[in-house]
Ligand binder design. Sequence first.
Ligand code: 87F
Length: 511
Amino acid sequence: MAAAEANEPIAETSGGVKKKEVKKETGLGLSNRKADNFGEWYSELVVHADMIEYYPISGCYILLPWAMSIWKAMQDFFDAEMTKMKVGTCYFPLFVPSSFLQKEKDHIEGFAPEVAWVTKAGDTDLETPIAIRPTSETVMYPSYSNRIRGHRDLPLKYNQWCNVVRWEFSNPMPFIRSREFLWQEGHSAFATKEEADAEVLDVLELYRHIYEEYLAVPVIKGKKSELEKFAGGLYTTSVEAFIPNTGRSIQGATSHCLGQNFAKMFEINFENEKGEKAMVWQNSWAYSTRTIGVMVMVHGDDKGLVLPPKVASVQVIVIPVPFKNADTQAIFDACDATVNTLCEAGIRAESDTRDNYSPGWKYAHWELKGVPLRIEIGPKDLANKQVRVVRRDNWEKVDIPRDDLVKQVKDLLYNIQQNLFNVAKQKRDACIQVVHNWDEFVKALSQRKMILAPWCDEEAVEVDVKARTRGEMGAVKTLCTPFDQLELPEGTKCFASGKPAKVWSYWGRSY
Ligand code: 87F
């Protein structure tokens, strides 16, 4: 439906411009369609919606307030949860001594090509180059070794918000794959494995919460295969999201149990209650600004961004719709009063009273920016003591009496949040295909499905599947073995090897 349909504004009526032409008239529309040209659509959208500005270093992007405010909403939630979990906030340096990095060399080996180094200060070569953190295990754990002496020092739980640098060589994409990104990284040390195991799942639940309750993006919780886990750890859990348009999955966040691997490398020991020397059990976990990219891909449409109310810095945009001969001042006053009423009720509302843009232009502008609700106030609304409200998610319009404004707007915002999640989940679920053998697997793959298959859980078989599916679209791998398992009847065979199946696992191409 066209933006300018609700109240017919001056600019449109005077020139006799038809609704269909609003996009052209405003010059605000996207030139790529989500269904036709997904990659171009995404790149265009993040720039036009004022989230990202490109920067002359490949894979680096300027994050603008419209994106950072989403990040801030997620940070506020997560920090409150950290407080409840008694996780302390810390900040460790950006630079890693090369000797620290060397300590972890077995695990760093595969990652080494992505580590960026500082080799010079001005014209002087540094005596030893210094790495820029790609993750902070090697930065933090020497300090953990110093700080942990006895069982009373445990658990030690720190979280930091920071940037990390990974010099990726595959195609960069704003938020999704960038060379510098923002994240939180949590690192904890416990006396027992049981405590570590419990925390892994507690944190994974926070990640599910962020995706599903804040970003309205459905995710699947599960365990990574041996091949796909963080090599330095004992096991890796993750939340996995899916992008229906490309048929690709995306790892949303990870929560690792590191076991005692790093405790051994960094000598993180403690004296237990019996006075014996013991090694700590560790976890690490992170989610990054990638979350924002996933949200854009899942909810965005041909008009632009679609923001879930919980992360929208502007939840309601109020637009005056003055008519010729109408009492313009009264309309503007009604807009101010509406914004004040909403803000006093804790709703994030703003008005757009700029006089150099037409209402139609403003509608398109705020649609592009994804604001969940638009309120239009024209002479008719003024006369009827009402406001007209238009939803960004499904374009539904309702007239709300002014004296019921707060309640109805709150209900609408709540409904939009739920509806975005429900629609996304329906679309995601429609893309899940259960398969039993190789033929079904190949067919589902060609239909861009997220595949759930019975698997023997053998690494060699996963390596083989990767090899057999390698092509220009990228290889297929396991996404996770979901915690929610289907029934696996006795005698079920692995879809790829024909051996007895041990688990149901998700497979697919991924970002
Ligand atoms: C790139 C270069 C160097 C990922 C890297 O997931 C090292 C690494 O260790 C590296 N890319 N990783 C794995 C990160 C594991 C872990 N770190 C703490 C997390 C959560 C937060």
